[in-house]
Design a protein around this ligand. Structure first.
Ligand code: TRP
Ligand code: SF4
Length: 337
């Protein structure tokens, strides 16, 4: 039995919003409290595969994201946070694994396909301008996971095709070079997709429907006041359907103790939307307050953030070096030792 190791990654392309928090980070907080090594990769190299033209954005977000994660309660004593580009062994493994995957297979990867379509300005109408790096990022993600013997990968269902690709690479490696690597499995979060304020199935920065952990009172108020409610409800005492209302949806996330009252009052017509939104704003601000206090602390102590990243990266690198050593031996490319 191989030891259990949890590994996940996040691309530093923007600040954390409620979608990330309830879809992923909340789960990570639970997982870091188990007696299992937990690695959190800030995937800057992967972020560059579709942001190569805006390196300053990726650079800035490495720290921003780390600060957000720490503010949410990711504890550097329990979670090993590291920067992908500072572990060159991951790049080495990517090169080795690139022999074990066909180009046709990468083109068929549903996640790659979907992302390619969203990035027409970079990769062309039909993907004819796709880069080698972007097409191959599932290979580098397989390197991310296996460098640390990741056995369990917390992720959303959009990541399953990438995990499957990793498992295929692992199997092929083990077949050719002998049993070395473990096939990782997913830990799916129940709440993979958090809806946006506009009712869209997904909350996203580019969709303009997100509440960020860093949003101030005025921004939160404005966003919630504009959230989509039951369009049939015109007057304060009209009964309505909370199930199609985003205000109710967020009450469920941040106001669990009170949500049954919201639901029954809404259905009975005993609740006006403005008052309901105001209550949500108050709960949301109360939810964000401790997170923002921690954010501000780290913003004022950037040297601590850097120290956490340095230490986490150093730790992680030790393990990645050992893995590369083993893999090179198996591939018979170890010399003079
Ligand atoms: N592809 C993931 C995302 O876009 C980020 C990621 C990078 C990742 N490396 C990983 C996730 C390794 C899980 C395991 O969100
Ligand atoms: Fe939504 Fe609240 Fe209005 Fe009901 S009363 S429709 S839950 S905002």
């Amino acid at each position: 039995m191989k030891q259990k190791t949890i590994l996940t990654g996040i691309r530093p392309t923007g600040n954390i919003h409620l979608g990330h928090y309830f879809g992923a980070v909340k789960k990570w907080k639970k997982l870091q409290n188990q007696d299992t090594p937990f690695y959190l990769e800030i995937a800057d190299v992967q972020a560059l595969t579709d942001n190569f033209h805006q390196p300053e954005k990726v650079r800035k977000n490495v720290r921003e994201l780390t600060i957000d994660a720490l503010a949410c309660g990711i504890d550097p004593k329990k979670t090993n946070i590291f920067i992908q580009s500072m572990i060159p062994e991951i790049a080495e493994l990517t090169v080795f694994y690139s022999n074990l995957v066909t180009i046709a297979r990468l083109y068929r990867n549903p996640t790659v396909k979907a992302e390619m379509k969203q990035k027409k300005e970079l990769f062309g109408e039909d993907g004819e301008g796709i880069t080698y790096g972007f097409l191959g990022y599932p290979v580098s993600q397989a390197a991310d996971i296996t460098a640390f013997h990741g056995t369990h990968v917390p992720c959303g269902d959009d990541q399953l095709p990438l995990l499957e690709q990793c498992r295929e690479i692992v199997r092929k490696f083990n077949n050719i070079y002998g049993d070395t690597l473990v096939e990782p499995e997913a830990i799916l979060s129940e709440n993979t997709r958090i809806k946006g304020l506009d009712g869209n199935e997904k909350m996203g920065k580019s969709l303009g429907n997100a509440i960020f952990l860093s949003d101030d009172e005025e921004t939160v108020t404005k966003k919630i006041m504009g959230a989509v409610t039951d369009p049939e409800k015109l007057k304060k005492d009209d009964p309505a359907n909370p199930d199609i209302c985003m205000v109710y949806y967020y009450h469920k996330l941040v106001n669990q103790d009170y949500v049954d009252t919201v639901c029954s009052e809404c259905k009975r017509g005993a609740r006006g939307c403005v008052a309901c939104k105001k209550e949500l704003i108050a709960s949301m601000l109360a939810f964000l307050k401790p997170i923002q206090e921690k954010r501000n602390y780290y913003l004022e102590h950037l040297e601590e953030v850097d120290e956490i990243l340095k230490e986490g990266t150093e730790n992680a690198r030790k393990l990645a070096k050992e893995t590369v050593q083993t893999i090179k031996e198996k591939m018979q490319i170890h010399y003079f030792e």
